[in-house]
Design a protein around this ligand. Structure first.
Ligand SMILES: OC[C@H]1O[C@H](O[C@H]2O[C@H](CO)[C@@H](O)[C@H](O)[C@H]2O)[C@H](O)[C@@H](O)[C@@H]1O
Length: 577
């Protein structure tokens, strides 16, 4: 199928509104990023994000003047030494606007820590992982709020917990696993602060941005805020948090369930349903990857470029940046179609959000909200089953919208109804609705889902591979990402079937062992693991041993808490023992 231009798409299937306004600060920083690529060359150490994270020492205008005044060679490049000197003189190092902060509730030896972990190696490792919270917790420097024009960082009131390494800011969905880990570490106040920061962001933007940087303001990430609130409330039973959270969650819910995120589709019986998709409000290169995105769209006309930039940013909203899941030709990033796909996982998260709001309203005694959200959850559950579920394959597939075929709703003769088809490709996201509880307790279809996962090829010696396709994209095979592994383990464990429970335990043990190899043998935390062998390091970025990867910390601690580790059972991968 030919990929259509954005204008044609708008004309064919409905309204879109994209803001492409870039602040003066970002314009300057991406210009410097592009100049740096030309001067330094794009070797493995060149990180475009570095150049949008560096805080300015002087005003934008003064910095821009100094940059313009740098001598250029005939081909307009700047001598590397000159540029290096300029960056040192006019900017502070990236991350210097975050101040290290020892969380008040941190205890190096927390009482009653992981009582079921008796194996000595596992225990000492868990304590080291726990200790990494010290490296990952920071405070936003007061200078950020005082002089916002000098920083791309967004100020936040409470201490922040960052993923680590090049990710020097808060990320939305990473925070869910960070909170799970903090709660295992007994750091309830820090966890509450993380939730407070995200609520503050919703109050400011109407949604939680991808991350707390101005270049992430155009999109969100998988909506897990209500799950974070539920996790913290589960520890405190303090209704003050729920009272504070309710208007915030209603605001966030409106963001995900209004156009252009929400779309209407008709099932095979002619019934109309509302479901949501990812949709970034952006159609130029992402500032943090400006030079990379420019390269991807080379040779395209302006309209096609804008459409691809939009789908690139939209893939970043999905958290799966990048995956063949969003591509028409699974080996070609230039065929991304993210914004014309209804993702099974996103709708599962929204179902969960609806159930959580229903539950919070019940606790608070607000019947109107409780009834409204019980009914919204029921509608979405029905929609997910009609549009995403495959009875034959026992899993939930993404639905691809047709960019050209749509009709008008019978109810108002105005609303666009898209034509769609399931993509039938195997991704770990096809099993997220099991975790979200889309199938009710005792439902026999869960057994089918467990079998389907078991036969899918995704279950590997070191966890769950995110996909079956080896495309070189980071969310594709052989990578096993911590968030996905965690959700699938929990879904299997809560399935109510013995086979699901057993599989969950096996996957958890394998994944933990493979993480331990990464940490102990190589001395590094790795954000994603090569799923194909327990002792194989690789599959992606390696991180500074002093930091870590926030969500891996959270998943390691919560899995160790759940499954423990007996003293006599070796903790090393068979390959290493
Ligand atoms: O720098 C490029 C991209 O980096 C982020 O994506 C990856 O890291 C995030 C932080 O751990 C994680 O939440 C995401 O799932 C990863 O794919 C960022 O979120 C992107 O927006 C950004 O363009």
């Amino acid at each position: 199928m030919a990929v259509m231009g954005l204008e044609t798409l708008v004309a064919a299937c409905g309204p879109v509104g994209l803001s492409t306004g870039v602040s003066k600060l970002l314009t300057l920083l991406v210009t410097i990023q592009a100049a740096a690529l030309a001067s330094f060359g794009g070797g493995p150490n060149f990180d475009p994000k570095y150049f949008v994270d560096i805080p300015l020492r002087f005003s934008v205008n003064e910095t821009a003047r100094a940059f313009d005044a740098l001598p250029r060679s005939q081909n307009n490049t700047i001598e590397p030494r000159e540029l290096d000197q300029f960056v040192k003189e006019y900017f502070n190092p990236p991350g210097s606007d975050l101040i290290p902060s020892t969380p008040k509730d941190f205890n190096p030896n927390p009482p009653n820590f992981l009582p079921r972990v008796q194996n000595l190696s596992a225990r000492s490792w868990a304590l080291q992982i726990h200790g990494l919270w010290l490296e990952l917790t920071r405070k936003v420097s007061p200078s950020v709020a005082k002089e916002p024009n000098l920083h791309t960082l967004v100020p936040l009131s409470h201490p922040v917990v960052v993923p680590g390494a090049r990710f020097r800011e808060v990320y939305y969905w990473d925070s869910y696993w960070v909170i799970k880990g903090l709660l295992v570490s007994g750091m309830l106040d820090t966890a509450t602060g993380v939730v407070e920061n995200l609520m503050e962001l919703v109050e400011k933007y109407g949604f939680v941005p991808n991350g707390a940087r101005i270049y992430y303001e155009n999109r969100s990430q998988p909506p897990l805020l209500s799950m974070m609130i539920r996790a913290v409330y589960g520890k405190t039973h303090d209704q003050t948090l729920l009272k504070r959270a309710m208007p915030v969650l209603l605001k966030e819910y409106a963001f995900w369930t209004s156009e252009p995120h929400e779309v209407r589709v008709r099932d095979k019986y002619g019934e109309e349903h509302r479901l949501s998709r990812f949709w970034a409000n952006w159609n130029t290169p992402r500032p943090e990857s400006f030079t990379i995105d420019l390269n991807v769209t080379q040779g395209m006309n302006k309209t096609r470029q804008a459409q691809l930039y939009h789908d690139i940013a939209t893939a970043a909203e999905s958290g799966w940046d990048f995956s063949s899941r969003w591509m028409e030709d699974q080996q070609n990033l230039r065929t991304l179609r993210t914004s014309m796909i209804i993702p099974a996982d996103l709708n599962a998260y929204l179902f969960q959000m609806e159930k959580n709001i229903e539950y919070f309203a019940k606790v608070l005694g607000n019947q109107t909200i409780e009834t409204r959200f019980a009914s919204a959850a029921k509608d979405r559950q029905r929609a997910i089953q009609r549009i995403h579920w495959s009875r034959k394959k026992g899993q939930w597939f993404d639905a691809w919208l047709s960019p050209t075929r749509c009709s008008l709703s019978k109810s108002d003769n105005r609303t666009v109804i898209y034509e769609w088809k399931q993509n039938q490709l195997t991704y770990a996201s096809n099993f997220i609705p099991l975790w979200a509880g889309v199938l009710p307790k005792g439902d026999m279809r869960k057994e089918k889902v467990i079998e389907a996962l078991n036969r899918s090829g995704l279950v590997q010696p070191a966890g769950i591979a995110t996909s079956l396709r080896n495309t070189g994209q980071q969310w594709d095979f052989p990578n096993a990402w911590a968030p996905v592994v965690d959700m699938i383990i929990e879904g299997l464990d809560a399935s109510g079937f013995a086979r699901g429970k057993l599989m969950a335990k096996e996957i958890a043990r394998n994944w933990l062992r493979s993480n331990y190899v990464a940490f102990e043998q190589v001395g590094k935390m790795i954000e994603k693991y090569d799923a194909t062998s327990c002792g194989k390091i690789g599959g992606g970025g390696e991180y500074n041993p002093q930091t870590g990867f926030g969500w891996s910390n959270g998943v390691v601690l919560s899995l160790l808490q759940k499954y423990g580790w007996p003293a006599a059972e070796p903790f090393l991968c068979p390959e290493f023992s």
